[in-house]
Design a protein around this ligand. Structure first.
Ligand SMILES: Cc1cc2nc3c(=O)[nH]c(=O)nc-3n(C[C@H](O)[C@H](O)[C@H](O)COP(=O)(O)O)c2cc1C
Length: 181
């Protein structure tokens, strides 16, 4: 089994999780915006993406590489303000192709947002969003920022990589249990 971690992100939290996973697994890490990776070299991929505006940022890259990705075992890890749960699952299933989401295991990690580091455009968009949705908890976070980074939260991903590295049966079982958790 040849596996790699690919990711995108702007403010470093997805990159940080990708590095933590690489540290524990020894897998190579690639930023999808660099041309360094040849997908044909890998039969399994961990794909890391932040969620911006209710969508995985890596969506367009997945669309562009879909036929190639569907030949592989796939783990998606998302990094968001929102916790794991039906809302996040719905954002993902609405934004990514069904052929992809039915093949993948998904793990939700929580990220960080430091308002001082955001671009002017991102700050303005978030403020508009929080004004439109002023009652929810997430709108408070959008005004104040947050830091939910947690190295321990990668443990289930490390287990899934180990399952990938064993047998086909283990992989199918892990995929089924992730879909039902
Ligand atoms: C412009 C912008 C939009 C965001 N939209 C969402 C969102 O819709 N839902 C959510 O749960 N978190 C949202 N977040 C929080 C990010 O998912 C979180 O800050 C993540 O850690 C950023 O990843 P990065 O540091 O790799 O760029 C948003 C953050 C930014 C900057």
């Amino acid at each position: 089994m040849k596996c790699a971690i690919v990711f995108t992100g702007t403010y470093g939290s997805t990159a940080q999780y990708a590095e933590w996973i690489a540290e524990k697994t020894g897998l190579p890490v690639f930023d999808v915006r660099s041309a360094d990776i040849n997908l044909a070299d890998y039969d399994s991929l961990l794909i890391g993406t932040p969620i911006y505006y209710y969508k995985p940022v890596i969506g367009p890259w997945i669309e562009r590489n879909l036929s190639n990705l569907l030949q592989k075992k796939l783990i998606l890890f998302t990094v968001s303000g929102a916790p794991a749960g039906p809302t996040l699952d719905e954002w993902i299933s609405k934004s990514l192709p069904a052929e992809f989401t039915t093949r993948m295991q998904h793990f939700a990690l929580r990220g960080r947002m430091d308002l001082k580091r955001l671009s002017f455009f991102h700050r303005m968009m978030l403020k508009i969003g929080s004004l439109l949705d002023s009652k929810s908890d997430s709108s408070v976070e959008e005004w104040e920022g947050f830091d939910h980074m947690d190295k321990g939260s990668i443990a289930p991903i490390i287990e899934a990589v180990h399952a990938l590295q064993t047998t086909e049966e283990d992989w199918s079982e892990a995929q089924l249990s992730a879909q039902h958790s």
